[in-house]
Design a protein around this ligand. Structure first.
Ligand SMILES: [Zn+2]
Length: 284
């Protein structure tokens, strides 16, 4: 097993890294005032905080990748705006995990924002963009596909058509409806909130549950219910989901994978004296 792996029943989960980027700290914490959030996430001179991009590899009946980071298609202006740092990126991470892009069989999207699915496609020449994972089927929720391909003023900057339209053109896209099982032990669960059809991924095997929470609980700084991103289109849905989910996660000791945390890839949410905290998991 790779050093970033953990066994969950019949499945092996490996936390990957597609590098780091930065987003406005205020936008990451919504109504929470800066004096509170900057204690958890210090801001740079442009008020940005550092975030990780941590796709998850699942070895089970098939080899599955959940999300794929921002990838390498961004132009210099966007690289500067988002301070994208991919010196250590997904291809390094996959090699460290003992695999390669051509071995991935299923690629699953939490949602289609660029920092999650930019890596789904690769620019081969100025006019040709191809699926990065040549032998994979790509699984996307139908209603998320509809929203991403019909963006409006509020979400247009997040949905970059080159990240996903080439998948349909290549015939590798599988649209999925409802909270379906994607492979044995892995199913999606609708959350809404961040986007109308945002989903988390529930991974269950051997009586244990791990969850890839994507943008519902993007970092360990977001484990308190009202710490909700300003980016969310439907923040009251986020709040409703977090109330239910956090109770479940604490009571049933879910192993949470924090896709955007700059340092803590995974951990258990605990509660002491009504205060929540994260016990990081050690990969060894
Ligand atoms: Zn997002």
């Amino acid at each position: 097993m790779s050093s970033r792996s953990i066994r969950l029943g019949d499945l092996e989960l490996t936390s990957l890294l597609d590098g780091y980027f930065r987003l406005d700290g205020g936008a990451m914490f919504g109504v929470v005032p800066k004096p509170l959030w900057e204690k958890r996430a210090p801001a740079d001179e442009r008020n940005r905080i550092t975030l990780g991009m941590r796709p998850l590899l699942v070895r089970g009946a098939k080899l599955m990748l959940i999300d794929a980071g921002a990838g390498a298609k961004m132009d210099a202006k966007s690289v500067d705006i988002y301070a994208i740092d991919r010196r250590h990126n997904l291809s390094h991470s996959l090699a460290e995990a003992g695999t390669a892009p051509g071995e991935i069989e299923i690629v699953l999207a939490s949602h289609l924002h660029f920092d999650h699915v930019g890596g789904f496609t690769t620019r081969e020449s100025p006019t040709v963009i191809r699926p990065t994972f040549a032998n994979a089927r790509y699984v996307v929720r139908t209603s998320e596909w509809d929203d991403a391909t019909h963006p409006h003023e509020r979400n247009r900057a997040s949905y970059l058509q080159d990240d996903f339209v080439p998948l349909r053109e290549a015939g590798v896209l599988d649209l999925l409806d409802g909270d379906a099982e994607v492979m044995p032990g892995v199913r999606v669960r609708w959350t809404g909130g961040h986007a109308r059809s945002h989903q988390v991924v529930m991974i269950e095997s051997g009586g244990r549950t791990a969850v890839f929470t994507a943008d519902m609980i993007p970092t360990t700084a977001h484990i308190d219910e009202p710490w909700i991103m300003g980016y969310d289109l439907y923040p009251m849905e986020t709040l409703a989901f977090k109330r239910t989910f956090l109770r479940e996660a604490i009571d049933h000791e879910y192993l949470i994978f924090f896709e955007h945390d700059p340092t803590i890839a995974a951990g258990y949410i605990r509660e002491r004296d009504r205060r929540k905290y994260v016990e990081p998991v050690r990969f060894d």
